[in-house]
Design a protein around this ligand. Sequence first.
Ligand code: AMP
Length: 576
Amino acid sequence: MALDGPIRTQGLHRLRGSHAKKWFVHATEIEKVPMLGLMQQQSLLISSLIEFADRHHGDGEVVSRRVEGDVHRYSWSDVANRSRQVANALDTLKLILGDRVATLAWNGYRHLELYFGVSGSGRVLHTLNPRLHPDQVVWIANHAEDQVLCFDMSFLPLVQAVHARCTTVKHWVALCDADKLPTDTGIPNLFSYEALIGQHEARYTWPDLDENTASSMCYTSGTTGNPKAALYSHRSTLLHAYAAALPDVMCISARDAILPVVPMFHVNAWGIPYSAAMTGAKLVFPGPALDGKSVYDLIEAEKVTFAAGVPTVWQMLLSHMKPANLRFSSLKRTVIGGSACPPAMIDAFRDDYGVDVLHAWGMTEMSPLGTLCTLKNKHLNLPAEAQMKLRLKQGRSIFGVDIKIVNDAGEALPHDGKTYGDLLVKGPWIIREYFKQEGPAPLVDGWFPTGDVATIDEDGFMQITDRSKDVIKSGGEWISSIDIENIAMAHPDVAMAACVGMPHPKWDERPVVCVVKKPGSLVTAPDLLKFYEGKTAKWQIPDDVIFVEAIPLGATGKMLKTKLREQLAGYKLPGI
Ligand code: AMP
């Protein structure tokens, strides 16, 4: 077919001029065989990004604050060379195409090399979230069938706690120099990253893969059941990288110095590493130091023009800057997403510091970008208050992402800015199904149901009004309300438990658990909070236990969390 198509089409093309009648006679044939364009066929591959960055922006800088505490500085050519060394090393470890290479790592240059070396050579980069409870890390690594796990030294205790239970991992790689590798870890087949890649040359012939080959994966904490993985492809990643760099999206160019504070283990740092390689932008990685002072100092020292992160991180930054009366000398814009951006934050960035806030929405299943809030020309003359109303919305859809809202019957709802419904999305970087999908695929008539509830206005600006799911967003990370409830319910004195998120000025939301005691029980809130210790990650333990007479239930016996939240109106978290 591939050969047949162009030959026949060219034949028909020649007929067109000299034998118009014949052309007409062959019309039905044309319907069957479309005329193909005469452009080169080249797969969209992640390896082409790093080759491009090397060739055209080889001296562009990549700067990382390291786990070791110092600042590391090198160029896009160095990234390319060391990515090729990574690919060679994976070949010698006998990893086959599609094998998963996991990371437990902060944002830094070695993690970036793995992005290109692992995916470019046809393996799948699996970015594990180190903030998860060790049991969750084990479950996810086993489900993904990771073969290699690379980790920053700060996660050595976590790896020591989980390695014996990660049954598919054959090689453990500490992201450190050979002389920093401890000898008494108890972890078998442990290498230092530098020793591993150091033995290999910086020349590599990247495989010419089908562009639909899997390139990376990221698990999302499901609201029900186990975590689920989005499995991205080279094609979806490249299309997303193009779109993310567009002027009305993140507007990334060779003149930018980008600070992705959003973790590389959370949906590929919103795709920024790929868009940066595509444009030759300077990259600045914060490593583990995400406090306000460290982030501010890095922005100033490296003349960062564009930064990306969740509201919690920006809250810490602003809290550091305000009392010390600090200013930005280079930062022009910041993209804020992951949870709703508070109006006061948009105001502070714009009015006090002259920084444009781009409010963005997306999800793991969407690579992640779906919408971004940039105004159109006609909005620029609106009064400040009306502009602010628009800026608070999650924004317009990006080319490549179709959005619609529907009612319970699946019927499309009007775009009037008032009617709200379930938000559905469609496009080439949105999942078709989850990795090892159990049960039916999630799509509804080809659309992916996001689980969010939203309005869309006449100009296409979307606003999330609620989540149909009840997970709690704390500091940009998920806490599953069901997990928290299940632990409480395991206590012998608890009859029923319901967990909801309560607003928190620093973390956006913190969980509280409402508990109905068993008759005669004398259990106290401190008893229950103690009960959580060791059963979930520390930061997932609820901030408070509220004893209630009953949990409101709906007609089908399900907990009515909306009602519960109404009952908690006026409640304040301890210490707020
Ligand atoms: P994740 O898959 O962890 O990236 O989370 C995706 C979910 O986060 C979405 O389905 C939304 O519920 C929520 N979310 C992401 N961005 C925003 C935003 N700007 N405003 C409100 N909610 C958001």
